[in-house]
Design a protein around this ligand. Structure first.
Ligand code: AMP
Ligand code: ZN
Ligand code: FE
Ligand code: FE
Length: 288
């Protein structure tokens, strides 16, 4: 009998950004969901790495330490997963710190605009939803509106006030995606384009951008993801094949903040092995 394939989920969020599980609770949830290897990929931060490492070692589960970098090109939002980067890499870490700083002022501006329009909300209420040291994001505005009884789920806030095209939307500083790939590589990490053809976005990213990222050292595409329908999956899979990129799948779990369930999409063990092989080895996969 062949042993069953390991369950590998390479994209999740904790309270170090906009997930609702603490890094420890995230690892516990992964164990409960039957995950064998989990990646923690909080937005623009490594703040959840130490706690999740301790929990993974304690609970006997594999852990890939990663980040999800919010990038922008021509006003279009692009997310880049960086796995196994060196957390002491000065250029990458400086850019992430700059993004987090800008996210804070941006959130305050969004809250101001919303409050002026009569939406019952204060900046203090929003800050109360952000864990100490966490990357603030729009979901924390939604959480404040849940806490004060205005709505019952983050979805409602995104449908009305928080989506990219909203009158209340304010940009934050973010890296160009090609520059981000370069910085992840320079930090010894492995770059994977997260949900490249997300259906919920106003405009679809062009293939040419992925080609440009591939030329800069992009390793893979997250093909299997809830935000991709059959067409997007086919398109991403074809593009990965044409460009010789790895294919990953993952949940993008955010705890109770999103409907995505752990391991609803997974990555093959051979692909994880490639990711490990292509990293510098400064940051390693935590193994039980
Ligand atoms: P920001 O990082 O501030 O630009 O906010 C983007 C984050 O909001 C993403 O990481 C998404 O996970 C989250 N998000 C987007 N749409 C929704 C939604 N409908 N419900 C819950 N979370 C969402
Ligand atoms: Zn998120
Ligand atoms: Fe994302
Ligand atoms: Fe994500």
């Amino acid at each position: 009998m062949t042993p069953s394939a390991p369950v590998i989920d390479l994209h999740t969020h904790s309270t170090a950004s906009d997930g609702t599980d603490s890094p420890t609770a995230l690892v516990e949830s992964a164990v409960a969901a039957g995950v064998d290897v989990l990646a923690i990929t909080d937005h623009d931060t490594v703040a959840g790495w130490d706690e999740s490492t301790g929990a993974a070692l304690r609970l006997g589960i594999g852990l890939v330490r990663g980040i999800e970098i919010s990038c922008k090109r021509d006003g279009r939002s692009i997310h880049l997963l960086g796995y196994l980067t060196d957390p002491a890499s000065p250029d990458l870490m400086t850019e992430l710190a700059r993004a987090r700083e800008s996210r804070t002022t941006r959130l305050e501006r969004m809250v101001c605009k919303m409050a002026e329009a009569g939406i019952p909300l204060t900046y203090a209420e929003v800050l109360a939803q952000v864990a100490p040291g966490a990357t603030p994001g729009r979901p924390h505005i939604a959480d404040a509106l849940i806490a004060n009884g205005t709505i019952t789920h983050r979805d409602e806030a995104f449908a009305s006030w928080l989506h990219d095209g909203s009158e209340f939307y304010v940009h934050h500083y973010s890296l160009d995606p090609v520059e981000a790939v370069r910085l992840v590589r320079e930090a010894g990490g492995v770059a994977v384009h997260a949900h490249p053809f997300t259906r919920t976005r106003a405009r679809v990213a062009p293939d040419e951008l992925v080609e440009e990222m591939a030329a800069a050292g992009l390793a893979g595409l997250e093909v299997d993801h809830r935000d991709h329908g059959a067409d997007e999956r086919r398109r991403a899979g074809d593009l990965a094949r044409a460009l010789g990129l790895l294919v990953t799948g993952s949940s993008d779990y955010h705890g109770t903040g999103k409907r995505n369930r752990l391991a609803e999409h997974t990555t093959r063990a051979e692909v994880l092995a490639q990711i490990e092989e292509r990293s510098s080895g400064v940051t390693q996969v935590v193994r039980p």
